[in-house]
Design a protein around this ligand. Structure first.
Ligand SMILES: Nc1ncnc2c1ncn2[C@@H]1O[C@H](COP(=O)(O)OP(=O)(O)O)[C@@H](O)[C@H]1O
Ligand SMILES: [Mg+2]
Ligand SMILES: [Zn+2]
Length: 534
């Protein structure tokens, strides 16, 4: 049996059969139509997107005796000879295997002779970036003064490695990576003609795994056919790719949404039992999280995906904040996976980290994870899990006061009190770095910003106590506790006010019409540090 790999067997033989790359194909057909072919083309793009294919079709079209709508006819002697690889005027070089200068020089020496058979001699140099410096020089010489009967078609995955002198003499076309949908359709067409049965889900998985390369996609398809003994199923494809099906990924993310550590570990156990590759599974989770994030921002973004239902459900179960947090953790986890003692352990830690750093649920909405009903995926219902941010310092301060609300028997705010008490410099500093927790006619409780605790000396404490006593007019006990470092003390507030004022002054200067005019006409600049608020 003579099995030809799909990628070779199904290489497009004319422009119409090329999938995608419309921008390139259209330009080339236009050039053929108006007989305005450039003497050198460079096709760039990643592997397996059609560089060699398009170059060969163009080589054929240039010499075809009977162009059909600017497509090579496929029937004339030129097309046939070219398809069979025996056309003398096509000189195909794989630079990856012929990098020595002599080779190139030999080849190019012949360029001056007229074509044997066709109208043009076509040099197709594949992976041209592999040529040595001397070879490039030889090529450049011919490119500078190309004989009229010669066309150069160059292809490379790595245009950065080509000297600019060569680049500037070529018309460059950048080929795009193919979309999963384009690869999927091509696979489906091919399998239909090959009469091989397949599950659509299997082809979707393969098309995505192809990562934009049609050749990679078709090679994977070859493998899948062999693996499945002639039938391409999703289970086989998952097993072959080391991926897990959609179900385990969905289960893990659902367990995460439920904050159910036990379920997560169970799922990991299941994944380990089918010998999936944990780093691939982590990638799958990243892909799914990415699409959930898309779906949350742009409803309809996943409408055409095969796993739409899963994405929709999860995008309602998980909050956008969680999705982004999980994505970040998975991304970093992927980097560290190789460092873990084994990949399963690394994977487990990543999943548990997601659980650990998940923002806690509010008390007002207690959730018993396992009883949480699945929301109806058709309604745009928000996740039941509301998140609580770490309270900003002002709120903490406010809350401390409120805990004693009604009992704080003071008509003034703490900063007003400080002003009224007329404290002397360092005692005032001490007060400014406190917040008032509680005061009545017997006791005053203050919280001192921990980063300023060096201000607290017995003598200052005594002075402050005396001043408070004078302010209240009754004997008073003072208790100063060292508080958190970031409480909103008057000192912090005043620093912030000062900063705000400064910013306002800077903004005012920067938007002042006169100053703008000075800047524009005299190239004036405001000296940094010279703006002061009045
Ligand atoms: N745009 C495309 N349309 C259809 N098939 C393609 C396309 N690009 C690549 N292929 C498939 O992949 C194989 C390799 O493509 P090729 O043109 O050699 O890729 P490269 O860009 O690496 O030169 C082709 O034989 C063909 O089967
Ligand atoms: Mg190629
Ligand atoms: Zn022809």
């Amino acid at each position: 049996m003579n099995y030809q790999v799909l990628a070779r067997k199904w290489r497009p033989s004319n422009f119409t059969e090329v999938v995608g790359q419309d921008h390139v194909v259209k330009s080339l057909m236009n050039a053929l139509q108006h007989d305005r072919l450039h003497h050198a083309y460079l096709f760039t793009g990643t592997r397996g997107v059609g560089k060699t294919t398009i170059a060969r079709i163009l080589a054929k079209a240039i010499n075809c005796e009977n162009l059909q709508d600017f497509n090579p006819c496929g029937a004339c002697s030129v097309c046939q000879a070219l398809d069979e690889g025996r056309f003398l005027d096509l000189i195909e070089v794989d630079a990856a295997s012929r990098t020595k200068v002599e080779d190139t020089r030999d080849l190019l020496d012949n360029a001056q002779y007229a074509p044997n058979f066709g109208r043009y001699k076509v040099y197709l140099i594949d992976e041209v970036h592999m040529l040595s410096g001397h070879s490039f020089n030889a090529l450049l010489k011919t490119l500078e003064e190309p004989p009229p009967h010669v066309k150069f078609l160059l292809a490379t995955t790595d245009p950065q490695k080509i000297p600019v002198t060569v680049l500037s003499r070529c018309l460059q076309f950048n080929l795009k990576r193919l979309l999963p949908g384009q690869i999927f359709t091509q696979m489906q067409d091919i399998l239909k003609q090959e009469q091989v049965e397949s599950e659509p889900l299997a082809l979707q998985l393969l098309a995505r795994a192809a990562d934009g390369s049609m050749r990679d996609g078709l090679s994977l398809l070859d493998q899948a056919i062999v693996f499945g003994a002639g039938k391409v199923t999703a289970d086989d494809v998952n097993a072959m790719l080391g991926t897990v099906g959609q179900r385990p990924v969905e289960n893990i993310l659902t367990a995460l949404a439920n904050s159910d550590a036990g379920a997560i570990l169970n799922k990991i156990d299941e994944i380990a039992n089918i010998h999936a590759d944990f780093s691939t599974v982590l990638q799958q989770i990243l892909q799914v999280l990415h699409r959930i994030a898309l779906a949350q921002q742009i409803p309809g973004a996943v409408d055409h995906e095969f796993d739409r239902e899963m994405i929709t459900t999860l995008s309602q179960r998980l909050s956008p904040e969680d999705v982004h947090l999980y994505y970040q953790i998975a991304l970093l986890g992927q980097r560290d996976l190789d460092l873990a003692p084994d990949s399963r352990m690394g994977f487990e830690m990543v999943m548990l980290r997601m659980l650990t750093f998940k923002p806690v649920a509010t008390e007002s909405m207690p959730i018993k994870p396992k009883q949480l009903p699945l929301p109806n995926p058709t309604t745009k219902q928000q996740s039941a899990i509301k998140t609580v941010r770490i309270n900003p310092p002002e709120l903490v301060a406010e809350k401390i006061v409120q805990e004693y609300s009604g009992e704080v028997k003071s008509n003034h705010s703490w900063s007003d009190m400080i002003a009224i008490m007329k404290l002397e410099s360092l005692t005032r500093e001490l007060a400014n770095n406190c917040i008032l927790e509680y005061i009545d006619n017997e006791i005053c409780k203050l919280h001192l910003d921990a980063s300023h605790q060096q201000l607290l000396t017995p003598s200052r404490e005594k002075k402050l106590q005396q001043a408070l006593q004078d302010y209240r007019g009754t004997p008073l006990k003072l208790v100063i506790k060292i508080g958190r470092a970031d409480i909103q003390t008057p000192a912090i507030q005043s620093a912030k006010d000062k900063e705000d004022k400064q910013q306002a002054a800077v903004d005012a200067i920067n938007s002042d019409a006169n100053i703008l005019a000075l800047k524009e006409h005299f190239d004036a600049r405001v000296m940094p540090g010279t703006i002061e608020p009045v």
